[in-house]
Design a protein around this ligand. Structure first.
Ligand code: UDP
Length: 242
């Protein structure tokens, strides 16, 4: 798989369709591993949080989720093909899984939400087998891992928010008998609790702006986006001087 180094993270230079197919094949090979989908906020946090950075670096697939990452890739002169969001890739993966009756486990979100997401996924993708669900507010990883393994899924969607979901997957991927994929607020979206931005915002790389309008309290988190872009500009200037 073609990799592209953007500010120290080796992203897969791929598309939603190709990423979903590759993850599916990886899961079919009975592999254990995990997928991360960093946006600018996560990538910027990696400079301060070494545990998160290690978790991101060790993933089997690193998909460029955010508009900020794409922008940084252009600034650095090694443009990534496109955004490959966790939610879009998850939907494409569900489509493929539904044709072969693969087993899905949903881990994350508030109690009750993953069950609603599972009902909606079953209705939208009738071939999928829901192996199980669990909310994301647990303390004991061991207990959750044995619940997951007993349910025998092929793929686990992990929606614990960052950095918890990346660190959970890194700490536990050798013991979970499935491929895990971090999807952030994706379980809320499948449950109908949260909505994705209208197409206009997605198509113009403004999904972050729509989320900010909907949740102004995210402003603190979102300041990492300009910080990340400024870092890319500095990186470019300094590397030119070398
Ligand atoms: N969440 C969770 N356990 C936690 C913290 C968060 O299950 O300990 C869930 C939360 O309920 C929400 C998701 O993780 O469903 C994070 O959503 P957010 O919109 O913050 O995702 P992000 O911006 O990280 O993609």
């Amino acid at each position: 798989m073609e990799k592209c180094n953007i500010l120290g993270i080796q992203y897969d230079n791929t598309t939603v369709a190709k990423a979903a197919k590759d993850i599916y094949e990886f899961a079919c090979s009975n592999a254990r591993g995990y997928v991360v989908t960093p946006n600018a906020e996560i990538a910027e946090t990696c400079f301060k949080n070494k545990e998160l950075k290690t978790a991101v670096e060790n993933a089997d697939f690193i998909l460029p989720d955010g508009a900020g990452v794409i922008m940084a890739s252009k600034i650095l002169g090694r443009p990534l093909k496109c955004r490959v969001t966790g939610v879009d890739t998850a939907k494409e993966l569900l489509l493929i899984m539904s044709k072969t009756r693969k087993r899905l486990y949903l881990l994350g979100a508030k109690p009750g939400v993953s069950e609603r997401a599972a009902e909606n996924i079953s209705a939208m993708y009738p071939g999928i087998v829901i192996a199980g669900t669990h909310h994301g507010y647990f303390k004991d990883d061991e207990e959750v891992i044995s619940l997951i393994n007993n349910a025998d899924p092929d793929i686990v969607f992990v929606a614990l928010g960052y950095p918890r979901q990346e660190i959970f997957m890194y700490n536990n991927y050798k013991r979970v008998n499935a491929v895990m994929m971090g999807i952030g607020g994706g379980v809320d979206i499948f449950a109908g609790e949260a909505k994705r931005a209208p197409d206009f915002f997605i198509n113009h790389n403004l999904e972050w702006f729509y989320r900010l309008l909907k949740q102004p309290t995210r402003i603190g988190r979102m300041m990492k986006l300009p910080a990340y872009i400024i870092r890319a500009v500095f990186w470019k200037i300094t590397s030119r001087k070398e």
